[in-house]
Write a protein that binds this ligand. Structure first.
Ligand code: ADP
Length: 445
């Protein structure tokens, strides 16, 4: 069993991981940047090591500094959380080569899924439906033109190395393709270090539905679905379990097809398979994430599983602690991400939180690491809290979430609370049949 866990992350996910580690009697070690010296995870860990200046490249992405902290602390395992090094196969390799446990999938799986083109090809070969598109990288505009004509507009140009909702361009006509192709390549190079692009059919009125898989390297199980269609600039802001849009039949089909593929791949730890679902409930794989997801709490609430605990047990060499038949999905959970940002422009709003009141009570879970007086540093992601509501039905969960968000008070920085609250005025959101274009179409945002 892991004895001492180094958490190579910050904020709410660092605390979330710490709680499960402590529950299992594992000692915790935080690494932190100079900007996070006074952060909650640093204060609550058994030990903490500063690994460099505020900029992520100098600290949370600084592999030698993190490995040094691991060595000094005597940690025997590293949990990368999400973002930062979580999906860096080189990091996972270095951790394992140093004789430590990497809490996550194998470096090979991380590498495979990190290349979206490879991931698409592999999933297709394992019987998972993918979107029509290019079967590889498109280097020249001529090729792009041919494929676009074949599959029909609109199409989406995607950076092979892209992520986090960036590196995507919707192209509606051949003229737009001519105009955008070279710029998209250039931008991909600037943002991700690789100019490689591929093409997918663009699905209008798409729902984003994902399947959570857990595996122990021998057996993999699909444990449930999540609806993640509420997005701002291709980034999720509200997530639900189960999806209110797909039928039980579609859900089972998706879970089965993913489970087969994940078992064939012998996946270990957590991986999420993301799909776009069209209005007829056809589903197409878009990418897989080999880490704990921001939205994991909604799955935890409806399944009563502790996904981080499972990760830690599996990484300690244990087999899955439950069988497929034991996984029950009961009730409904909805998560709202509170970001310190302008609710209209989405530009980040770092600064000091002068007053803070976070909700709680029956059916409410709040995952956060901020507190009154905390200074949100400008160097990292703007998400500062997740408010998650759980109810017997979707309506009940929605109502609890609405009240919880209305009771939330954050003074000192701008947040997206006004946007989240406005959702509850929308009959479409309440109906559960909202697509990834909801904010543009309904709110003109
Ligand atoms: P990232 O890795 O950057 O998060 P994804 O491939 O997961 O990128 O896509 C993020 C979001 O972008 C999707 O949830 C969806 O809203 C939109 N999107 C991506 N591909 C398509 C597509 N082919 N058609 C329609 N929307 C898409």
């Amino acid at each position: 069993m892991i004895k001492k866990l180094l958490i190579a992350n910050r904020g709410e996910i660092a605390l979330r991981i710490m709680a499960s580690a402590k529950e299992l009697g594992i000692k915790t070690v935080m690494v932190y940047s100079e900007a996070d010296r006074n952060s909650m995870p640093v204060q609550l860990a058994d030990e903490a090591y500063c690994i460099g200046p505020a900029k992520p490249g100098d600290s949370y992405l600084n592999i030698p500094a993190i490995m040094t902290a691991a060595e000094l602390s005597g940690a025997d395992a590293i949990h990368p959380g999400y973002g930062f090094l979580a999906e860096n196969p080189r990091f996972a390799e270095i951790v394992e080569a140093s004789g430590l446990v990497f809490v996550g999938p194998s470096p090979e799986h991380i590498k495979l899924m990190g290349n979206k083109q490879e991931a698409r090809r592999t999933m297709e070969s394992l019987g998972v439906p993918i979107l029509p598109g290019s079967n590889g990288v498109i280097k020249r505009i001529g090729e792009a033109r041919r494929i676009a004509e074949k599959i029909g507009y609109p199409i989406i140009l995607k950076a092979v190395a892209g992520g986090g909702g960036r590196g995507m361009r919707i192209i509606n006509t051949s003229a737009e393709l001519e105009e955008n192709f070279n710029t998209a390549q250039r931008e991909a190079y600037m943002a991700f270090g690789s100019p490689d692009l591929y093409i997918e059919k663009y699905i209008e009125n798409a729902h984003h539905v994902e399947i959570q898989v857990i595996g122990d390297g021998k057996r993999a199980i699909s444990i449930g679905d999540r609806e993640c269609s509420m997005q701002r600039r291709h980034q999720k802001i509200v997530e639900e379990a189960p999806s209110p849009f797909i039928s039980e039949e579609t859900r089972q089909k998706m879970m089965d097809v993913v489970e087969k593929a994940a078992t064939a791949l012998k996946l270990r730890s957590l991986t999420t398979f993301e799909f776009l679902v069209d209005s007829e409930e056809n589903f197409y794989f878009i990418e897989a994430n080999t880490r704990i997801q921001v939205e994991h709490p909604v799955t935890e609430l409806v399944t009563w599983l502790d996904l981080v605990k499972e990760q830690l047990l599996i990484s300690s060499g244990k087999r899955l602690s439950f069988k497929k038949e034991d996984v029950k999905r009961v009730g409904h959970a909805i998560e709202a991400r509170i970001n310190a940002e302008d609710p209209r422009t989405y530009s980040p709003s770092p600064g000091k939180i002068h007053f803070l009141f976070l909700p709680g009570g029956n059916g409410i879970r709040v995952d956060t690491a901020v507190f009154q007086g905390y200074e949100i540093p400008p160097f990292y992601d703007s998400m500062i809290a997740k408010v998650i509501a759980y109810g017997r039905t979707r309506d009940e969960a929605l109502k609890k979430l609405e009240i919880a968000l209305k009771h939330t008070s954050i003074v000192g920085v701008k947040t997206n609370l006004p946007l989240l609250l406005k959702l509850f005025e929308s009959p479409k959101f309440k109906s559960g049949n909202y697509t990834t274009r909801f904010l543009e179409e309904e709110f003109n945002w």
